[in-house]
Design a protein around this ligand. Structure first.
Ligand code: V47
Length: 381
């Protein structure tokens, strides 16, 4: 349904090379044989990768696959996140961002607030709201329309599957009709949020009133049928098991086989904040393993994003040699993870993104919301 992306600068496609890998952990050898010959990995093989003590061996395999697709290129986007309100009908146990009407931290942005956040250099605006009872679907559409009116050149990535489902139920219309109207308003891509972990056990414990895999996948499948691209996330580092992480990835892999509409996969390291669910966020080793396993298991996802907001600048940079090929963008005003006391800045300068990409030995390339890079000259030398 969607055309394959061109291979990246320096990509090794078409070049026959013999790669000799040595592992400290011999259980990686049969998995490497499959990876080298382009065979698909199973859940058990994913577990073998997660459980290895040979972190660098795992990284080399993921880097091999990453370099085959993207060479040394690593992309970033000049973007901004906008969260028009934090007032949400849901009260998910893991979320410190959502608030209720009348609480001191509750806010609702006016159109003026929203538009004051736009600036000419932005390529992408990433809008994620909350389920606000007082706003109709038309109000949510007007946010997108206002951005497009004020800055027609900015691409809008907006509204997670959770919000799309909320709009459909509120208006009594189909998901398809919601998505058609979002597209008409100017949305080019759905963000990957709301996926959390597609485990019913975890859903019941942490977000029982939020949609699960069945509805989440229906929204994304329908979006892809309409030509809207989308992303997919995984929230890890709370109560989920490694099997549940892998099952999540395999579900996404099968949907991607069907539609080809996903652009990128983004593992989000859970920020514990005030939730009391866990004391500490996942370790840097777990972050790097999760990126590497995603790259190796999700063989049909073009892009694996290392999200600096949750893993920090250093791990984000290292992740580019563990399978990731993208670092998201400048973001400027991240609120969701920062409501949960993320220790990273709320935004990052272009120069910092370029530096962290270069430090990993990669070639920084600026992209747009749909991962288009204008020409080879867009590589930031
Ligand atoms: O679905 C909420 C997560 C997601 C926390 O598509 C948390 O490019 C960590 O969708 N710690 C929303 N994560 C963010 C999102 C996103 C982010 C970056 C890029 C893209 C993309 C999409 O944030 C939610 C939830 O899984 N989240 N609270 C927390 N305390």
């Amino acid at each position: 349904m969607f055309p394959p992306s061109p291979s990246g600068e320096g990509a090794c496609e078409g070049v026959t090379r013999v790669i000799i890998m040595h592992f400290c952990d011999s259980s990686l050898e049969p998995v490497w044989k499959k990876i080298e010959s382009g065979e698909r990995l199973s859940l058990e093989e994913g577990l073998c990768l997660y459980n290895t003590s040979d972190l660098l061996g795992l990284g080399r395999m993921a880097d091999f696959v990453r370099q085959k697709r993207h060479g040394r290129r690593a992309t970033f986007v000049i973007n901004r996140q906008i969260n028009p309100t934090n007032i949400c009908l849901l009260s998910c146990r893991f979320c410190d961002f959502a608030s209720k009407e009348g609480r001191p931290d509750a806010y609702v942005m006016s159109e003026e607030d929203l538009l004051s956040r736009l600036s000419p250099e932005l390529k992408e605006v990433h809008i994620v709201g909350a389920l606000y009872r007082k706003w109709s679907f038309e109000d949510y559409l007007n946010i997108v329309r206002a951005v497009k009116r004020a800055a027609p050149g900015i691409q809008v990535k907006a509204y997670t599957a959770v919000e799309v489902d909320f709009f459909a139920r509120r208006e009594g219309i189909s998901l398809r009709d919601v998505l058609i109207r979002l597209k008409e308003a100017g949305v080019v891509c759905l963000p990957g949020g709301g996926a959390e972990v597609f485990s019913e056990r975890v859903r019941k414990a942490l977000f029982p009133f939020k949609i699960g895999w069945s509805k989440w996948s229906e929204v994304h499948r329908t979006a892809h049928e309409l030509g809207l691209r989308s992303n997919a996330t995984l929230l890890y580092g709370h109560i989920e098991t490694l099997e549940e992480r892998l099952d999540h990835m395999l579900k996404l892999r099968s949907l991607q086989d069907e539609t080809g509409g996903f652009l990128s996969f983004i593992p989000l390291a859970f920020q514990p904040g005030n939730t009391g669910i866990v004391k500490k966020q996942a370790s840097a080793v777990d972050d790097l393993k999760t990126i590497a396993v995603s790259r190796l298991v999700l063989d049909n996802f073009e892009h694996i994003k290392s999200y600096w907001v949750t893993v920090g600048e250093e791990t984000c940079s290292m992740a580019l040699r563990f399978g990731a090929d993208d670092v998201d963008g400048t973001i400027l005003e991240e609120r969701i993870m920062h409501a949960a006391k993320a220790g990273t800045p709320a935004g990052m300068a272009r120069e910092t993104l370029v530096r962290l990409i270069r430090e990993a030995g990669c070639l920084p390339v600026e992209r747009d919301a749909l991962y288009n890079v204008e020409t080879r000259e867009t590589a930031v030398r």
